[in-house]
Design a protein around this ligand. Structure first.
Ligand code: FCB
Length: 482
């Protein structure tokens, strides 16, 4: 295949950016895990079935102006009913592993007390179907669907939520600990804090700005307690977390811009990864101490819980971030989603006009996946367990041709380039796998159905699934492995 010019990074060598499926397959390290990733709320639908009760996202999506296309996830991709078809799609694709999330409000409605048998039964069926198809299950315990009653009590602003989360982890460990191959405790606590509690883009829609930072600590405490809960049940699977990392680059010279870039690196990357891997929050510059006071004043005993040894570390990578001085000109974030409060900030996220972008407006920058890995090698040398890229992928506008086919060349090129970097890895980081976001076009949070990331096209009216060219390409690549 000819590389799509607009998505080819000039810094990659030719062998790295080859889009030829078989050629790329030959570059994959032995035993490299190829997977696809999803999240319960984005695909399951059936939000009122099987004893499930509302989460913060059920409430948030019902509020005016929250979701850019006015849609909701009550049906989503109907995966709750169609999971056998979806597992079949994965089997035919040839992936080794599937990362999904276990809906907290489905398994423990209300977030306290006994498990809901019907909820457990759904994930039992899914896990067994995966194992029968030869696909290793990777289960995420928290992919953002906080049970609504816990939100009424403050959600992640309330320390108690961490303990409630550990109870839920124990329920999941008891039920699935004999079959899940890998556990992810929490997905992207960064996004929950920044989008959910600081900027109001995601559920629960709070606009606390820097006053949201205690939610970082409570999520991480929840992570540590969940690791302990899983270990107490002797689960057979490996245990990790999925943190998103965006390399941060100051845009423009000057002390101020550098300081804002450092601040962004702290609030987006370091305050989540450092405690987990190093057992402490970063050393905050004196000028930022007031902002970070809630994280400076934490108990050492909490940090010991947070820094549980992990079997692997999940890294989600989508893009780098360029930080420039000066307030944003309006409240619209680079991906087009409205963020109440962003205009109060003294810095903004600057675009990358020299790079191609996805339909979310995110820069396509495979080189920065290498930078992300190098950041980890430097920051966490000697402390970093094997790494899986637990998410990576791209939204593009797909056109369905007259014959029904979807020729998503840009997405294919994106995946080829990012996989090539993941295969090459970086000194000091043991990259073991890559999970593509995502199997199906789904309900993309505040963007509703307006952003398609899937290898498989889903018609929102008929729920028909149609593999795209990227799916066929990956199928070829996986088939060409030794
Ligand atoms: C990640 C989320 C995932 C999806 C992708 C596009 O931040 O973990 O659910 O929204 O972005």
């Amino acid at each position: 295949m000819t590389p799509a010019k607009n998505t080819t990074s000039p810094k990659l060598t030719e062998s790295e950016w080859t889009h030829d499926a078989a050629g790329l397959a030959a570059l994959a390290p032995k035993d490299f895990t190829f997977g696809v990733a999803t999240a319960a709320f984005q695909i399951e639908g059936a939000i009122r079935e099987g004893g499930r009760e509302p989460s913060t996202w059920d409430t948030f999506m019902g509020q005016p102006e929250r979701i850019s296309d006015g849609s909701d996830a009550s049906i989503a991709t109907d995966h709750y009913h169609r999971y056998p078809e979806d597992v079949r799609l994965m089997k035919e694709l040839g992936v080794d592993a599937y990362r999904f999330s276990i809906g907290w409000p489905r398994v423990q409605p209300g977030g306290v007390g006994k498990a809901n048998r019907e909820g457990l039964a759904f994930y039992d069926r899914l896990i067994d179907e995966l194992l029968a198809a030869g696909i290793r299950p990777m289960a995420t315990l928290f992919h953002w669907d906080t049970p609504e009653p816990l939100q009424h009590a403050g959600g992640w602003l309330n320390r108690d939520t961490a303990y409630r989360f550990a109870d839920f982890a124990l329920i999941a460990a008891e039920a699935f600990g004999d079959r899940v191959a890998q556990w992810v405790t929490i997905n992207e606590p960064t996004t929950v804090t920044l989008n959910g509690y600081a900027l109001g883009i995601h559920a629960p829609g709070a606009t606390l700005m820097f006053d949201s930072l205690i939610t970082v600590h409570h999520q991480l405490l929840g992570h540590g307690l969940a690791v302990q809960a899983l270990r107490s049940e002797d689960v057979v699977g490996q245990i990790g977390i999925a943190n998103v990392h965006s390399p941060v680059i100051p845009y423009g010279k000057g002390f101020k811009t550098g300081a804002y870039a450092e601040l962004f690196d702290l609030i987006h990357n370091r305050i989540y990864a450092d405690p987990v891997l190093l057992g402490r929050y970063p050393k905050f510059p004196r000028s930022m101490r007031t902002i970070f006071r809630p994280l400076i004043e934490v108990d050492d005993a909490d940090l010991a819980i947070i820094a549980q040894p992990l079997d692997f570390y999940g890294l989600n990578y989508y893009m780098p971030t360029r930080i420039a001085s000066g307030a944003p000109t309006d409240n619209t974030m680079p991906d087009g989603v409205w963020a109440a409060g962003a205009s109060q900030l003294p810095f903004h996220i600057a675009p990358w006009p020299e790079l191609p972008t996805t339909s979310f407006g995110w820069p396509v920058a495979p080189d920065y996946l290498r930078v992300a890995l190098a950041d980890y090698a430097t920051r966490y040398a000697g402390k970093l367990p094997p790494v899986y890229i637990t998410e990576g992928g791209a939204s593009f506008v797909d056109t369905v041709q007259a014959d029904g086919s979807i020729d998503d060349e840009s997405r294919t090129a994106y995946l080829a380039e990012h996989l090539a970097v993941a295969f090459a890895g970086a000194p000091g980081v043991d990259v073991r796998g890559y999970f593509i976001w995502t199997l199906l076009d789904n309900w993309e949070w505040a963007a509703g159905f307006s952003q398609r990331f899937g290898l498989v096209h889903v018609d929102a009216d008929t729920q028909d699934r149609t593999p795209k060219r990227s799916y066929r390409w990956l199928q070829q690549l996986l088939g060409a492995r030794g």
